[in-house]
Ligand binder design. Structure first.
Ligand code: ZN
Length: 314
């Protein structure tokens, strides 16, 4: 099976307004969908991405106004890494200084240059300098030049007691291959090498389990082209790994199943179809609150409850 890598990453944030400001004004991502958590409609679900929210570019948040901070530990995503063109890493370091973004000195990992930073909730992120991606399309929000704009995910870094059981799922079900080891890291990659094609597992037995909260990644979604490919992955999980997923859920913009992988991280499989232009024009994505049909009757009540989120002119 030829895998396609990461579809989206979903995390937990504090106040929605602060989250929106950081991801659109500092990182320059596009808000491609403003909706609610379908399972908890009193909470927003904000989707950021490139100009149309291509799979592999989509970072999403459940913002809870008074969330307690999470605690880093085993069984979660330790770091979410985004791609930027190789020549722009200095631009970003400077931008983080100017805007007071917490960040670390540049480091090297698997021969690549990495700039680690935190969002206002303490979520651990990094930019990695990738050669040859300058000509890929990127959303140039917030005045960020095209040759510096973020080009989707590079990778996620999972903090686990042991790599092998999760690695077996990545290779057997999602089409990744192990491509390298460095210290306590094992790197897996899908062959196409585009956005979202890498997963690193950080083996660190003996740590406490993670506690979910503000700044924590809630789940990682992997791409399936369509329902048939998703169903084939579900069968493989059952037959080869004894893992049962949830039933398929219609998330309006993709269709999903969920399961706990052996390292306790919540994984999702999400279809590439139909995408974010299914309920509003691509030119005005994210500007108005979109609700699934089953919640339209509650629109005015939800609009009164949800925090105000008018977008600035960035
Ligand atoms: Zn998801």
């Amino acid at each position: 099976m030829s895998g396609k890598g990461i579809h989206h990453v979903t995390a937990i944030a504090g106040p929605a307004r602060r989250n929106l400001d950081f991801y659109t004004r500092i990182l320059g991502l596009r808000l491609v969908k403003k909706t609610v958590n379908f399972d908890d409609p009193g909470t927003y679900h904000l989707y950021y991405g490139d100009e149309v929210g291509h799979p592999g570019s989509i970072l999403t948040f459940f913002p809870w106004e008074h969330v307690a901070p999470g605690r880093v530990g085993l069984g979660e995503t330790q770091e979410t890494v985004l791609r930027v063109p190789e020549g722009s890493i200095g631009y970003w370091a400077h931008r983080f200084v100017e805007n007071g973004v917490a960040h670390q000195p540049l480091t090297r990992r698997f021969g690549e240059t990495l700039l680690s930073f935190q969002d206002p909730d303490g979520m651990r992120l990094a930019l990695v300098a990738v050669p040859g991606i300058e000509n890929e399309a990127g959303w140039t929000g917030a005045g960020i030049p095209a040759d510096a704009a973020i080009r989707g995910f590079h990778s996620v870094n999972l903090l686990l007691a042991e790599a092998a059981p999760t690695g077996a799922i990545l290779t057997n079900v999602f089409g990744f291959g192990e491509v390298g080891r460095e210290g306590s890291l094992v790197r897996y990659r899908v062959s196409d090498g585009g956005a979202g094609s890498v997963v690193d597992i950080h083996e660190a037995g003996g740590l406490l389990p993670a506690r979910l909260g503000g700044g924590s990644v809630h789940h990682i979604a992997f791409r399936a082209t369509d329902d048939a490919e998703e169903a084939a992955m579900v069968r493989k999980l059952a037959q080869h790994h004894g893992i049962r997923t949830t039933e398929q859920k219609d998330r309006n913009y993709f269709r999903s199943v969920y399961f706990r992988e052996p390292g306790r991280v919540l994984f999702e499989i999400a279809t590439d179809i139909p995408g974010f232009a299914v309920d509003e024009p691509a030119s005005t994505l994210g500007e108005t609150l979109k609700l699934p049909a089953f919640l339209e009757a509650r629109r005015s009540a939800l609009e009164e409850t949800l925090p105000r989120l008018e977008q600035g002119a960035s």
